[in-house]
Ligand binder design. Structure first.
Ligand code: FAD
Ligand code: NAG
Ligand code: NAG
Ligand code: NAG
Ligand code: NAG
Length: 417
């Protein structure tokens, strides 16, 4: 496989392999397919293990979904209208921060999805657009220079570009020579869901129909984040508590606990939330880790994307949005406009475009863990210099930024790791 030195032509398509069919990998596949590349997605499993909980998608994630023509309504989002802060013990509403003019200001709705719905939608869209999806292909090794990918099942494939979107525990990252520096977070999380109908049966109508993300706590480790995420009426709760509380060594996506234990984890909390917990479904533990930013994201023909590149704490609700932005950047950079650049140059441009911003959001997510006032959207004011704001996150104009990088930094032409 030779470097792309051919003169620019409008039909030059590349063979692109994407490792991992999570939200990031599927988004990348859709964005690259949109630019007429041939895309194959390799997923280690089938899709049994998807996590049932809410996932909010701010405008600069939703913006790309709209640009790619993803039919967002099919994933039945709830359009968020406000953020509500409750007193921990009494549940009294302390602040209601309206997002009323959000679409006008930022161009799209603030969509709250049930993550399985978004996953199914992206998977179906990718396939309908002509991406190939190969399940039961667990990637095991990578030759970054040759663009060669090997799988546990013995298959070997070559590609012009390999996008490694294999999640927070990425194996491909190690194949690219990166050893993450990871520490367990002092916060751990239980998440659970409950149908709207059951809330009504329980007399918890206060939590119905608010079109809001509702918080209890958030100054210190304890924090409850509740939101309605599906027009079928599924309410999802994220419940953060000190990791030392249950001294669990176990890890994984499928560790359950009982309603009794969930209640006992949060003594003194609003009795209405305890009542909800007592009748919640699918209560699962989610261990959290802090990853320091990696030294680089790109090697040879390979690039990291999504959680594989910048795993972040969930406290800004930006993990999926940042993965979608990564995919958006690939779509721009692998468009005809930049096909005078080689694959290596384009991937370097991707890193230059994305790494500073994703790192900034990653750091702001860590700060927001024990300080709700750092959460974007919670307050859009600039009450602390350097604070990440909703304007910065949602007012980001990536196309101009990429064009600026190309214009101002001819060095991308010569960078080699
Ligand atoms: C409970 C929860 C709540 C969240 N809430 C929000 C939110 O509100 N807003 C938000 O923006 N983000 C949220 N996030 C973060 C967001 O879900 C992630 O940042 C996003 O899903 C990352 O997508 P990804 O595709 O990079 O990784 P993943 O979704 O982890 O996907 C990786 C995929 O790669 C596959 N894979 C792994 N290894 C291999 C291999 N070797 N070969 C082949 N395939 C492989 C996996 O099976 C998986 O399908 C939340 C995350 C969790 C867990
Ligand atoms: C992409 O796929 C089409 C149709 O299968 C094929 O004609 C074309 O050669 C492929 N492009 C590359 C770069 O392999
Ligand atoms: C999760 O665990 C439950 C038992 O607690 C089991 O029935 C289920 O099959 C598991 N799911 C997955 C995807 O492993
Ligand atoms: C969630 O939103 C849907 C549609 O907007 C609505 O029908 C349902 O009652 C809401 N549930 C709650 C708990 O707010
Ligand atoms: C990359 C991207 O979608 N940027 C948009 C973010 O939102 C602002 C405000 O709507 C737009 O102007 C940007 O184009």
């Amino acid at each position: 496989m030779t470097e792309d030195m051919s003169p620019s032509s409008n039909t030059r398509s590349l063979n692109i392999a994407v490792v991992g069919a999570g939200l990031g990998g599927l988004s990348a596949a859709i964005a690259l397919r949109q630019q007429n590349h041939n895309v194959t997605i390799y997923e280690r499993r089938d899709f049994g293990g998807e996590v049932g909980a809410s996932l909010s998608c701010a405008s600069n994630g939703s913006r790309f979904l709209e640009e790619w023509g993803v039919y967002i309504a099919a994933a039945k989002p709830v359009v968020l209208k406000s953020l509500i802060m409750h007193d921990w013990a009494s549940g009294e509403v302390q602040i209601k921060y309206g997002l009323g003019d959000y679409r006008e200001k930022f161009g799209t709705d603030y969509n709250n999805f049930h993550r399985i719905d978004l996953h199914v939608l992206l998977k179906e869209t990718a396939i309908a657009r002509g991406c190939k999806l190969e399940c039961w292909h667990q990637a095991t090794s990578l030759d970054t220079e040759a663009g060669e990918l090997r799988f546990e099942n013995g298959e070997v494939v070559n590609a012009d570009v390999i996008i490694c979107a294999d999640g927070i525990r990425s194996q491909m990252r190690g194949q690219m020579g990166i050893t993450p520096r990871v520490t367990p977070s002092a916060s751990c999380c239980y998440r659970c869901i409950i149908p709207t109908a059951r809330l009504l049966e329980l007399g918890l109508e206060d939590f119905v129909g608010n079109d809001a993300i509702e918080f209890w706590g958030g100054y210190g480790i304890n924090k409850i984040v509740m939101s309605n995420c599906s027009d079928n009426g599924v309410v999802s709760c994220y419940c953060f508590y000190p990791a030392e509380h249950n001294n669990l060594r176990e890890d994984g996506w499928n560790i359950s606990t009982t309603p009794e234990n969930l209640i006992a984890t949060f003594p003194g909390l609003d009795p209405r939330v305890h009542k909800l917990f007592a009748h919640a479904d699918d209560i699962k533990m989610w261990r959290l880790y802090v990853h320091e930013p990696y030294p680089y994201w790109v090697r040879g023909r390979c690039a990291l994307l999504g959680d594989a590149a910048h795993p972040m704490l969930p406290d800004q609700s930006q993990g999926a949005c940042q993965a979608i932005e990564d995919a958006g950047a690939l779509g721009i950079i692998f468009s005809d406009q930049y096909d005078h650049l080689s694959v290596t140059q384009r991937l370097q441009l991707y890193e230059d475009e994305r790494k500073p911003r994703a790192t900034r959001v990653q750091e702001a997510s860590a700060r927001a863990r024990t300080d709700l006032s750092e959460r974007i959207g919670w307050s859009s004011s600039t009450d602390r210099p350097g604070k990440l704001t909703i304007e910065e996150v949602c007012g980001y104009d990536m196309k101009n930024h990429v064009a600026g990088l190309v214009a101002e930094a001819p060095s991308i032409v010569s960078v080699v790791h």
